[in-house]
Design a protein around this ligand. Structure first.
Ligand SMILES: [Zn+2]
Length: 310
């Protein structure tokens, strides 16, 4: 082979080598691109799931904090009547406590039964304290046992609507009636007790109902159902940002103002702090000489709004 032929062969080899390198680079780049894309997709999927969870949490906060917010709104603006003719805002003046009054305190737990109901009942039992549970409709075995345990241990079983969905409960008088009968019947079927106490989801002064609340109030009055709002809040309606000591203090600073205090608390799976605060709260209330009672026919009605005539 002469030099010229050798050179040509060499050049050919180099060319093949270059083509190989370029091919490898393209394959490498494509592979890298696919891997990065997949990682990015995985990351975004996780992110979407996390965001969806946040949205759900926020929905819960909005729904439940409305019960807190409504009362605060009332205190600052004082205007919540939907119908000036029919609804009157209740004055707390008759209920203001003097220094030597014995305080009557009604602890009320909304939204149960939940995974925390047993714990709450155990604590109440430890202190031999009776309270009131405004429950919603649940038909699983545990919930049914909780309804029964509430009644068996001498607490008051109140209704808090069947679905707790504002859009359904307050859609019309027909849907309110249907929901009301559903929860009353369920509680009767499970416990044999006809509950005669009601707490409106969001309270009687709620601003989430598109319907005139006076229609529902009138209906409950006609059924001889007493509805109770609250004049003291522990503050557990908002999901976080409080310690168990805050919850205790929130209640303690307000109960001293009233002869009759109805305290809004929640029985929900995510309200562990409420449960943790309960022993200390009971102890502090008892040190103050307060009577801790379950709601009964003798209880002074604590209502944000009521009808001026039945
Ligand atoms: Zn509620």
């Amino acid at each position: 082979m002469d030099d010229k032929a050798k050179d040509a062969l060499q050049a050919r080899r180099e060319k093949i080598g270059r083509v190989h390198r370029i091919k490898s680079m393209i394959v490498f780049t494509l592979t890298l691109w696919v891997i990065i894309s997949m990682l990015l997709m995985l990351f975004l999927s996780v992110k979407v799931v996390m965001l969806q969870r946040d949205v759900n949490d926020l929905k819960k906060v909005i729904l439940h904090s409305s019960e807190n917010k409504i009362s605060k709104d009332r205190n600052t603006t004082g205007e919540t009547q939907t119908d000036q003719e029919l609804l009157m805002q209740n004055s707390a003046e008759d209920n203001l406590a003097d220094a030597n009054d014995t305080l009557k305190v009604y602890l009320t737990f909304d939204d149960g039964p939940s995974d925390n109901t047993d714990r709450i009942l155990d604590i109440l039992d430890d202190y031999n304290v009776k309270a009131t549970f405004f429950v919603v409709g649940r038909t699983d075995q545990h919930s049914k046992e909780m309804y029964k345990r509430i009644v068996k241990e001498g607490h008051t079983l109140g209704m808090h609507s069947y679905t707790h969905k504002y859009s359904e409960v307050y859609a019309s008088l027909t849907s309110f009636k249907k929901d009301f009968e559903r929860i009353q019947n369920l509680l009767y079927d499970v416990t044999g007790v006809v509950s005669t106490y009601y707490r409106f989801p969001g309270g009687s002064s709620n601003k989430v109902s598109n319907s005139d609340m006076s229609v529902f109030i009138k209906y409950l009055n006609q059924q001889d159902i007493s509805y109770f709002d609250w004049n003291v809040m522990c503050g557990d309606a908002t999901t976080s940002g409080y310690t168990k000591d805050d919850l205790v203090e929130n209640v303690m600073k307000d109960v001293v103002k009233y002869k009759t205090s109805v305290v809004l608390m929640h029985d929900a799976a995510d309200k562990d702090k409420t449960v943790e605060a309960l022993p200390k709260l009971i102890e502090k209330l008892q040190q103050k000489g307060a009577l801790l009672l379950p709601i009964s026919e003798d209880t002074t009605l604590i209502q944000h709004v009521s009808l001026s005539s039945k």
